[in-house]
Design a protein around this ligand. Structure first.
Ligand code: AP5
Ligand code: MG
Length: 206
């Protein structure tokens, strides 16, 4: 397996596809959002620092996130490939990554903005990391994986979503050209079902 980046707007389905890829190819799923949220829950110094940015829908400062990804990529389980989800998110993050890693492909999960608002508006998550959408839960309020209560992510409130989308357009979308310029970009139109998109993602990875 390769070293892969998943690009895409908030709510495009990066986490959903990353989980499927990592299960299929048995590689680690490195989500900076998940790492930051875990630190917030545990009340670590990193979590305390990150919380105000995340709650506002802003980006956590580059130096903080770059440091944590560099640490994570040096772990033994990253030697046979990995999927980065939510990192890099700015050009300085991408440049820092190029200094410590050899990225094979950046897969852009491409979804129109109106569909994103629907995906985020109906997202339900579990402490165990599982992610669902109300449209497929049939009223179920417990996690299918672990039985715990599902909840709405704090930053999925409508006003925070609008800010996250603005931040994405300003700071993250330029990465599409950055990786296109390196010949590493693959665009995957992602308006279909989770499984249909996964079949397309597998084709580009293989
Ligand atoms: P992060 O956790 O990375 O959030 P994000 O980029 O906003 O993306 P999301 O996790 O919201 O969406 P996703 O693309 O993973 O979609 P999902 O699969 O859940 O970051 C959160 C915050 O942390 C940032 O705002 C920032 O503050 C900070 N941060 C993180 N990384 C950082 C960095 N590198 N630098 C600085 N700050 C950083 O799917 C969404 C919903 O749609 C779900 O309900 C899902 O079930 C549903 N769905 C998925 N696919 C489909 C489909 N095909 N059809 C129908 N529904 C679908
Ligand atoms: Mg995610």
């Amino acid at each position: 397996m390769k070293n892969i980046i998943l690009l895409g707007a908030p709510g495009a389905g990066k986490g959903t596809q990353a989980a499927l890829i990592c299960e299929e190819y048995n590689v680690p799923h490195i989500s900076t959002g998940d790492i930051l949220r875990r630190n917030i829950k545990e009340g670590t110094p990193l979590g305390v620092k990150a919380q105000e940015y995340i709650d506002a829908g802003a980006l956590v400062p580059d130096e903080v996130v770059i440091g944590l990804v560099e640490d994570r990529l040096s772990a033994a389980d990253c030697q046979n490939g990995y999927v980065l989800d939510g990192f890099p998110r700015t050009i300085p993050q991408a440049e820092a990554l190029d200094k410590v890693a050899s990225i094979d492909m950046a897969v852009n999960i491409d979804v129109p903005f109106d569909m994103i608002v629907t995906r985020l508006g109906g997202r339900r998550v579990c402490k165990c990391g599982a992610t669902y959408h109300v449209s497929t839960l049939n009223g179920e309020t417990k996690c299918k994986a672990c039985g715990d209560d599902l909840f709405i992510r704090d930053d999925d409130r409508p006003e925070t979503v609008q800010n996250r989308l603005r931040v994405y357009q300003d700071q993250t979308e330029p990465l599409i050209n950055y990786y296109a310029g390196q010949g590493k970009l693959v665009n995957v139109p992602a308006t279909g079902s989770i499984q249909e998109i996964f079949e397309d993602v597998k084709k580009v990875l293989e």
